[in-house]
Design a protein around this ligand. Sequence first.
Ligand SMILES: O=C(O)CCC(=O)C(=O)O
Ligand SMILES: [Fe+2]
Length: 213
Amino acid sequence: MATLIPRERSEPAPGAVHIPDWLDGGEQRHLVQASREWARPPAGMRHTRLPGGGVMSVQTVCLGWHWEPYRYLRHVDGAPVKPFPGWLAELGRRALADAYGPGAPDYRPDVALVNFYDDAAKMGLHQDRDERSRAPVVSFSLGDTGRFRLGNTDNRGRPWRDIELESGDLFVFGGPSRLAYHGVTGILPGTGPRDIGLPRGRLNITLREFGLR
Ligand SMILES: O=C(O)CCC(=O)C(=O)O
Ligand SMILES: [Fe+2]
């Protein structure tokens, strides 16, 4: 939501960088529109099944490689995973350069997870560790504000930091924070901008390097 007081860039932990309002309105609209296309079947948006038999409250569509707990696959529901577009990799490189400056590593993301949160969706604390590469994760938030929890690298307990990710925000976690536990404790319904084509809910797009070439 537009605020009068500009929110400042912060580094909540080494290797973790939050840049508020990194995406402009046009870029946000474009990502929302693209996500709508990606969400369609085949290999569209779905609730990921968990090993315990339940499903995640978040709905996800993957590009490049399909993620399910503990592995990445090329097919889902009998259909090939949608391609990871070059323009999205370029956006990821630009994001990383802004987050890390001249020391940013060479970045070749080959996977995106596009998550949709409805009013009640959450994501429990977890590590992103099914990738072969330990290149940074780049995250874009769109729509309603999400309460993001950045924990430590050892366990799901404290210490953690709670950060509100608003529409257009960039969050990067790499280096010493690459395997930090993190999750979303809830969203703030109705806080998103009205003009990006997402009337309800929150989209989060993470770019990663799976690293199999
Ligand atoms: O929605 C978010 O901000 C985080 C998403 C996430 O952690 C994931 O997709 O693994
Ligand atoms: Fe994650």
